[in-house]
Design a protein around this ligand. Structure first.
Ligand code: 26Q
Length: 820
């Protein structure tokens, strides 16, 4: 390289500018006067990447010197969002870079807006993985993500005539400056074929997996910069390629088209993220994706372990693997297969290593969302793995039999193989049996796993089960997304909160300080004004920045009850237009979120929100009292703009259904008050912030469960008892909100009143309306509201992912901080 590197000095603005110009010329091949925005973004990122790579290499040296145990997080999803701003903050060179670019007449904030989101995930589970990686690096812990380098991330959402339309997200079309390809570390992955039995040892039969095809996994590393810039770990994402040897074989047979077709088929494996956040059972491509991730990750982990001269027997002393839900649970079978077939370990030793290495995190209780794979499909795609799963099940059921003899009903309940036509592999059971740790993601959720999802397993292994309440990284969700509040907090109590969120408690003493309250409120106002512009740009609707911003931003799901929110809005609308009511304060109801493309009810709810918005926003009778907007294409970078602007955060799932929620934490951290049910982590937020600083309503999980079991819930009772609810329901039966498409929302009336209202909307609507009244009245008394909001910020410290990750490190993974 021609460029003479001056010794790197993070304070040196001119070094940075030179590096940017260097990359414009030698990486983008352009003269300064012909650069595009894209060129500048890439050149700035490549300049920053140099700092990052230096730190990344040093980090690896440090880990090697100390020969530390490492954690590998296996996840089908990572919702990383944008990296430039985050990396600059974590490296501590944000201001330096801003100044350097300013001198080159480039606005850093504008440049940051041109970066495409890395949307390699659907929602909560994928964003949690991203927060964990940030925390691991910040805590100087050797922890790595393993995932798939999807060519297409989560679809882009457009709204046309009120309906969601999906557009492909080709995020890699211009390449990513953050991905470092590692062609020398590719993985060869066998798939399909069949198993033959050969005599190997005197002790019996040795199965051989034959005639498999081959996939190649090419790793791409995305560096993960810890706050302070000392530790840089990485997220290793695999792209699927076809194997050359394999193609050559077909090419040589003269079947050129067949060979190209085969090549394309191989590459579809990492083509696209499945856009559903609950199971889409039985799709062969999804099974192959899950296996592809697991096979690449396990090979890579073992290779790295053995490379250091270690013997396989001590594997768990240097390696922990965490399964992010059941999606990578084939790791149980794959690790067993490699230990037995490739390292010749006996079954018991292999089993001990496997279970000591693996941990499993459950993210859902809903029976229909539990992953299952048809046995015939698995037999075709992964014949040897299926055999191993049968053997695992056999010895597992032997153990159950030895403890509970003559209990065939229990064996049927606990079997990893579900009887039926076809038989299915229960991936949650495989994960529980194959791991030493099983955890839920909030206290209530963990209790429900133990008592209602898998009580038999809890009875067998109570010590395996533990709770790890989710958290979020304050670096992205306050420092970066809400700079005004972050600076104000740092000025008041110092910067300690950035790496120790519990320090926010120092803000408690300012909660009643008038000056502090005023600053706090004016920061919120600034964030609201920023969002007003975004909403005008994306929807064309002008909203009132002085109204109460009531926000529900999350995936669209019946259990999350966006419909309950809409019912309340309709109630309020009708109380103005029909009862002549005047609201205590103007309100803006803001929604954002994507529906899985195949989830009809969820897509209809989006249409409903848009239609209700159209009617209300164009009705002069309510115009200065209510507005309803749906912000299209919710994603991490949009969340960073929406969340800091919220006054009220909607966390209103049917109790017992939301495993944890993490949006609830982000909103509270940014000074919104929560209106919510006693579900998931809301319960723990209530415990932290105190009952007078949160608006809790509705049935509790045990009450919902009880009413379900004894069949005592009858939505008609609520309909008949309360004329307001009746009026809301009748609006769905009429064409009030669908004048152009008569009958469009009748299905809602039907689902709620005649089909049993599975999610208890009518049971909770009355208390929800009451809580909203209470919230609106409090909002007028602004100092009281401000005090509550400040106390939310001051008391939310528990929900840092630093705390969550530290708990996993100590109690599950056995890894430690490695400081320089
Ligand atoms: C499975 C098989 C086939 C296709 C898709 C899937 C699939 C994909 C994503 C199933 C589930 C998901 C995502 C689930 C998820 O995001 N769960 C959320 O996890 C958060 C982090 O723990 C919790 O806070 C939320 O409560 C939970 O809903």
């Amino acid at each position: 390289m021609k460029f003479k590197r001056t010794k790197r000095n993070v304070n040196d603005i001119s070094t940075f500018s030179k590096l940017v110009r260097y990359h414009v010329k030698y990486s983008r091949g352009k003269n300064w006067k012909e650069v595009s925005e894209r060129d500048i973004f890439h050149s700035v990122a490549l300049a920053v990447r140099e700092w990052i790579i230096d730190a990344m290499l040093k980090t690896e040296e440090r880990y090697q010197e100390r020969d530390v145990k490492r954690l590998y997080y296996l996840s089908m999803e990572y919702l990383m969002g944008r990296s430039l701003g985050n990396n600059l903050h974590n490296l501590g060179i944000f201001d330096l870079c801003k100044e350097a670019l300013f001198r080159m007449r480039i606005d850093l904030e504008e440049l940051m807006e041109t970066e495409p989101d890395a949307a390699l995930g659907n929602g909560g589970l994928g964003r949690l993985a991203a927060c964990f990686l940030d925390s691991l690096a910040t805590l100087d812990m050797p922890g790595y993500g393993y995932g798939i380098n999807y060519e297409f991330g989560l679809f882009k959402q457009e709204i046309q005539k009120g309906y969601q339309k999906e557009k492909p997200d080709h995020w890699l079309s211009e390449g990513s400056p953050w991905l470092i390809e590692r062609p020398d570390e590719i993985c060869v992955v066998p798939i399909y074929g069949h198993v033959e039995h050969h005599k190997r040892h005197k002790d019996g039969d040795s199965p051989i997996w034959m005639d498999w095809k081959v996939l190649i996994g090419v790793p791409h590393d995305m560096p993960v910069v810890g706050y302070g810039g000392k530790t840089v770990n990485y997220l290793r994402l695999y792209s699927a390629r076809s194997s050359n040897e394999f193609d050559m074989h077909i090419f040589n047979r003269g079947d050129y088209l067949k060979a190209v077709e085969q090549k394309m088929l191989s590459e579809t494996v990492s083509k696209v993220l499945y856009p559903s956040d609950s199971v889409d059972n039985g799709k062969e491509l999804r099974l192959i994706q899950e296996y592809f991730l697991v096979a690449c990750a396990v090979r890579d982990i073992i290779r790295r372990y053995l490379h250091r001269g270690n013997v396989i027997d001590n594997f768990p002393s240097k390696v922990a693997i965490q399964l992010n839900d059941t999606h990578p649970s084939l790791a149980v079978a794959e690790l067993m297969r490699i230990l037995i077939d490739e390292h010749n370990l006996d079954w018991d030793k292999a089993w001990e290593i496997t279970t000591s290495t693996l941990g499993y995190t459950n993210h859902t209780l809903m029976p229909e969302a539990l992953e299952k794979w048809p046995v015939p499909l698995m037999e075709n795609v992964l014949p040897r793995h299926l055999q191993i799963i049968y053997s695992i099940n056999h010895s597992f059921l032997d153990k159950v039999k030895s403890i509970w003899p003559n209990d065939s009903e229990r064996l049927r309940r606990m079997s990893i193989i579900e009887e039926g036509n076809p038989k299915q592999v229960r991936m949650a059971y495989l994960s529980i049996v194959g791991s030493h740790s099983v955890n839920g993601v909030a206290a209530l959720h963990t209790e429900l796993i133990k008592t209602s999802m898998v009580p038999d397993f809890y009875q067998l292994w109570p010590e395996k089960f533990n709770n790890k309440t989710n958290g979020i990284t304050q670096r992205r969700w306050l420092l970066k997304s809400n700079p005004a509040l972050a600076n104000f907090i740092s000025k008041t109590i110092g910067k300690g909160w950035i790496t120790d969120l519990a320090k926010l408690s120092k803000l408690e003493s300012y909660a009643e300080d008038e000056g502090f309250q005023q600053n706090f409120l004016s920061i919120k106002q600034g964030n609201k004004e920023r969002l007003v512009k975004v909403i005008l740009d994306t929807t064309g609707v002008m909203i009132n920045p002085n109204s109460l911003f009531d926000i529900q931003a999350k995936r669209i799901h019946e259990y999350k009850r966006q419909l309950l929110n809409v019912m309340h809005i309709i109630h309020q609308y009708l109380s103005i237009t029909e009862d002549g009511r005047v609201l205590p304060i103007p309100k803006t109801y803001i929604f954002a979120g994507k529906a899985a493309p195949g989830y009809t009810a969820a897509k209809q709810i989006i249409k409903l929100i848009n239609n209700v918005g159209d009617v209300i926003n164009n009705d002069p009778r309510v115009n200065d009292q209510i507005r309803v907007v749906f912000i299209p294409d919710y994603k991490v970078s949009m969340a960073e703009k929406i969340i800091p602007a919220a006054d009220l955060s909607e966390q209103i799932s049917t109790a017992g259904k939301e495993a944890s929620g993490t949006g609830n934490m982000k909103f509270a951290l940014n000074g919104a008050l929560t209106i919510g049910t006693l579900d998931g982590a809301n319960i723990e937020i209530l415990e932290e912030v105190g009952t007078e600083n949160i608006f809790i309503f509705g049935l509790k999980a045990d009450e919902v469960m009880e009413m379900k079991i004894n069949g005592s819930y009858n939505p008609w009772d609520y309909y008949h008892r309360n004329p307001y609810l009746q009026r809301v329901m009748e609006s769905f039966n009429s064409n009030l909100f669908c004048p152009g498409e008569p009958g469009l929302f009748k299905w809602i009336y039907q689902t709620i009143l005649n089909d049993g209202d599975e999610y208890f909307h009518l049971a909770d609507l009355e208390s929800y309306i009451e809580m909203h009244e209470k919230a609106a009245h409090l909002f007028i008394r602004r100092p009281i509201w401000a005090k509550k909001a400040i106390l939310n910020v001051a008391r939310i410290g528990k929900f840092s992912s630093d705390r969550t990750v530290s708990e996993y490190a100590k109690e599950v993974w056995g890894i430690q901080s490695v400081r320089g």
